[in-house]
Every structure is written in structure tokens, then in C-alpha cells.
Design a protein around this ligand. Structure first.
Ligand SMILES: NC(=O)c1ccc[n+]([C@@H]2O[C@H](COP(=O)([O-])OP(=O)(O)OC[C@H]3O[C@@H](n4cnc5c(N)ncnc54)[C@H](OP(=O)(O)O)[C@@H]3O)[C@@H](O)[C@H]2O)c1
Length: 227
């Protein structure tokens, strides 16, 4: 039975992982910014699962959330940094300051915020796994998604560096989920996104795979099998 902190539970891969983790008997401590979706999650998955309104890009919100989660049950066994965003397709020089900042704030600073407030308690126990969602675009690139690529390459780098800082018995893993038909994919692929797996189908392989990650994966770039 694992206590799993999962960011971005309201839609897409986070929603599908929530379903999969809970079905496998684990507890999900999730967050997102859509109040209505969180309310639906609370109704669908009761306690001990908890769903909090938290914008991961706001350090003070993440700090308050972590304080609550840690006080309620101690350090998580698994921290999954899944929440992310993407800006509309555009050449880099056409991306506004606001759009660029938002992608960096959520995808990079948001991950660092969650790490800052959850990982010390995990390190004290010398136990636990941190999975940071990367992308094929964290290992390759494409035109018109430069801000997103920059954040996912950052995730690969910060995760590999952090892996060297963890005590033995823990792991930090950059995970490429593959290509899945979610709201995010529709922003960059449009209708072509429908050619890809649904989050529910994806979760059938992804959930057991994420649960299997451990110290032997520390610092290793991984991809969900079958993707
Ligand atoms: N789908 C793919 O093909 C694909 C490919 C490669 C990598 N990925 C990665 O996989 C992860 C999940 O992507 P997805 O496709 O499921 O995306 P998605 O459908 O757009 O869902 C993103 C999730 O993150 C949450 N979120 C966004 N900003 C947030 C914030 N500031 N604070 C808290 N939560 C926030 C959203 O909830 P709210 O709107 O309620 O906040 C939503 O639950 C991301 O890291 C993405 O980069 C996806």
C-alpha cells in the first residue's frame, strides 16, 4: 500500500493514474487547479485519498499542501510530478513573455516546488521514489514547441542531478510517458491526437510500471513500456 503524491490529477494522464493507483489499493494525495474536477474526484475516491486545490507554480500553495499531507500521514512513498502545460504552437520568437513564463513556471518551477516541500521528509526515511514526467521532447525536439522542449530537457537534467544527491535506497526518475490523446496533445497535434491511445488504455501499462520503479532506476531516463 503506497501513499502517492500526484500533481495534475484533474485530467489526462493524472486522472487516469489516479484511477489506476486507487484500483490497485494505493492512496492518492493529488492536486490540480480546477475546483470542479477536484470535487468530482473527492466524490469518486473518498478518504484516505485527498484532492487539494493547488497551483504547483505557487510555492506557498505547494508548501501549505505538503504540510497538510505530511501531517496527515507522513512522507509519501512515491511523488509523481505529472502536472504540466504547453503553449500554443508558435516559433520561439513569437511566444509572448507571459506564455513563455507560464510554461517554465508550471513545468520546471512547479516540479522544483513539489520536490522542495515533499522530498526532505522522504530523505529523512531514506525511502521513496520521485518520478518527474518528461517527454519525447525532453530527449528530442520539434519546431513550434520550443518552450515546452526547454522545460522537458530541464526535467531530464534536474532529475539526473538530483539522483546524485539522494541517499541510497531512493530514486529520482525522469519518465517519458509516450504519446497519449489528452487535452495537452490536442493543443499541439490538433485532431491528429485521436490516433493515439486514450489515457485509460495508457494507464494499464503505465500504472504498474511506475509502481515498479525503484533504486535501480535512480537517475535513468525511462519510457513507459509499449510507447
Ligand atoms: N499527452 C502526451 O502525449 C504527453 C507526452 C509527453 C509528455 N507528457 C507529459 O505528461 C504529463 C501529463 O500530461 P497530459 O497530457 O495529461 O496533460 P493535460 O491533459 O493537459 O493535463 C495536465 C494536468 O496538469 C494539471 N495542471 C496544469 N497546470 C497546473 C498547475 N499550475 N498546478 C497544478 N496542476 C496543474 C491540469 O489540471 P488543472 O487544469 O485542473 O490544473 C491537468 O490535470 C505532463 O507532464 C506532460 O508534459 C504528455
Amino acid at each position: 500500500m503506497k501513499r502517492i503524491v500526484l500533481t495534475g490529477v484533474s485530467r489526462g494522464l493524472g486522472r487516469a493514474m489516479t484511477e489506476g493507483f486507487v484500483a490497485a489499493g494505493h492512496t492518492v494525495l493529488g492536486c490540480a487547479t480546477s475546483a470542479e474536477a477536484l470535487e468530482r474526484l473527492r466524490k469518486r475516491f473518498g478518504p484516505p485519498n485527498r484532492f487539494a486545490l493547488v497551483d504547483v507554480s505557487r510555492d506557498e500553495e505547494v508548501q501549505a499542501w505538503a504540510k497538510e499531507v505530511l501531517a496527515a500521514g507522513g512522507a509519501p512513498d512515491l511523488l509523481v510530478n505529472n502536472a504540466a502545460t504547453i503553449s500554443r504552437n508558435a516559433r520561439l520568437w513569437e511566444v509572448s513573455t507571459d506564455d513563455f513564463s507560464r510554461v517554465i513556471d508550471v513545468n520546471v518551477k512547479g516540479v522544483a516546488n513539489a520536490i522542495r516541500h515533499f522530498v526532505p521528509a522522504m530523505v529523512r526515511r531514506c525511502q521513496g521514489v520521485i518520478v518527474n514526467f518528461s517527454s519525447y521532447w525532453g530527449r528530442s525536439v520539434a519546431a513550434e514547441v520550443a518552450p515546452y522542449c526547454a522545460t522537458k530537457w530541464a526535467i531530464e537534467g534536474l532529475t539526473a542531478a538530483m539522483a546524485q544527491e539522494l541517499p541510497e535506497g531512493m530514486a529520482a526518475v525522469p519518465l517519458n510517458p509516450g504519446i497519449i490523446d489528452t487535452d495537452m496533445l490536442r493543443v499541439c497535434f490538433g485532431e491528429a491526437a485521436s490516433a493515439y491511445l486514450s489515457p485509460k488504455e495508457w494507464a494499464k501499462q503505465a500504472v504498474p510500471y511506475i509502481l515498479s520503479l525503484g533504486p535501480s532506476d535512480n537517475g535513468q531516463p525511462r519510457t513507459v513500456p509499449g510507447q
